[in-house]
Design a protein around this ligand. Structure first.
Ligand SMILES: Cc1cc2nc3c(=O)[nH]c(=O)nc-3n(C[C@H](O)[C@H](O)[C@H](O)COP(=O)(O)OP(=O)(O)OC[C@H]3O[C@@H](n4cnc5c(N)ncnc54)[C@H](O)[C@@H]3O)c2cc1C
Length: 335
């Protein structure tokens, strides 16, 4: 039995993390880059109106013009961050570079909670949650995905299914973006059918021993904690044996190996990892107690489905605005 079973970031025998190199990257960073985006910036996010955030030229049915109050404030906060990021996002995208410091910036603006009730943080309404995802995805899908992974999936798993101690340990820290978390469900052979996952959590005395592989895991490499979904192997517990449950796995633990997946054609400014779990040992208190079967995993997934649609809407608005700008402002050769 090892003593290194709880969340201690300074683990004596750290897990192996490979960032897989950064092909084509050079050391110098351009301060700004030309951008072909046509996002219209609000002059002052704190005093923005809905029409400034989404001009009527892109909101033909006035669907968003009556957004007010806290919903408008959250939307404007997301826009202010988008304005900050806009000059650099294409550069990160070209390089396939993950500006992970943005997680803390998202936390400063309290944009990471995805509608969850986290003590000390504002609780966004479903509309505000959607508008934030829409606005960040209008800038770039990678940034929308940062909120989706850290807040929507990882933080949500803990807040919905965790113990009071787990919520206290992680809730505020993840909502502030002080630490970074992953949601590790998909496996090389199980994506759409994730219910058939093969990763196991074998009970060994006072520990769980996790073995298996996970793929496409945002924040899965070089971050702090992964919520790993695994099938319980514990014949002494009739109810849990054979069921899927969630486990909080410190990414620096021995046996946790993660490699960033390269060569993506989309979401290039955020990293996903291929994770191998080689008998990773965590304490019994690292299992999410309310995660008793895949039905509980589904509760987390279900709560994030609207965000996928809001993100797609953000992409569509950005495409429309870029096309509109191009069509109306492009200089043509004289006939
Ligand atoms: C950029 C990115 C980020 C991701 N982030 C995460 C993350 O943070 N955490 C995580 O756990 N996972 C993550 N994933 C994994 C994602 O959830 C899976 O890619 C997704 O579930 C699909 O699984 P798959 O890739 O194995 O595709 P498959 O399941 O093999 O599907 C391939 C195609 O077949 C279709 N298909 C599948 N089954 C059927 C069927 N029965 N009938 C008809 N058509 C079918 C699908 O619609 C799809 O078009 C991420 C993936 C990507 C690409």
């Amino acid at each position: 039995m090892t003593s290194n079973t709880t969340s201690s970031w300074g683990a004596s025998t750290p897990g192996h993390i490979s960032l897989g190199g950064n092909p084509g990257a050079d050391d110098g960073r351009r301060d700004s880059v030309a951008t072909d985006r046509a996002v219209v910036s609000a002059p002052d996010a704190s005093a923005a109106t809905a029409a400034e955030l989404l001009p009527r030229t892109a909101d033909h049915y006035d669907l968003f013009q009556d957004v007010t109050g806290e919903d408008l404030k959250a939307w404007a906060d997301a826009r202010s961050l988008a304005d900050e990021i806009l000059p650099r996002i294409n550069d990160w995208w070209d390089r396939g570079e993950y500006p992970i410091e943005l997680i803390a910036r998202l936390g400063e603006l309290d944009l990471l909670t995805d509608g969850l009730d986290v003590p000390g943080h504002r609780t966004l309404s479903p509309l505000a949650t959607g508008l934030v995802t829409m606005e960040l995805s209008r800038l770039d899908g990678s940034v929308g995905t940062m909120v989706g992974v850290q807040g929507g999936l990882a933080l949500r798993s803990i807040m919905l299914l965790g113990s009071e101690e787990q919520k206290e340990r992680w809730g505020d820290s993840l909502a502030r973006g002080a630490e970074h978390a992953a949601f590790a469900l998909t496996e090389p052979d199980h994506g759409s059918d994730s219910v058939s996952l093969e990763t196991t959590a074998r009970r060994d005395g006072e520990e769980w021993v996790l073995s298996g592989e996970k793929r496409w895991i945002g924040n899965g490499a070089g971050c702090h904690v992964s919520v790993v979904w695994a099938r319980v192997d514990d014949p002494s517990d009739e109810q849990l044996h054979g069921q899927v449950s969630g486990f909080l796995v410190d990414q620096s633990l021995p046996g946790y190996e993660a490699e960033v997946i390269r060569g993506k054609v989309a979401l290039r400014a955020i990293h996903q990892a291929h994770i191998t779990l080689n008998d990773v040992r965590v304490g019994l208190d690292q299992r999410l107690p309310e995660a008793r079967s895949f039905k509980d995993t589904s509760k987390v997934l279900f709560a994030t489905r609207a965000g996928v649609a809001w993100g797609a809407l953000g992409h569509a608005i950005a495409c429309y605005e870029a096309a509109l700008e191009h069509a109306t402002k492009r200089m043509r050769l004289p006939r």
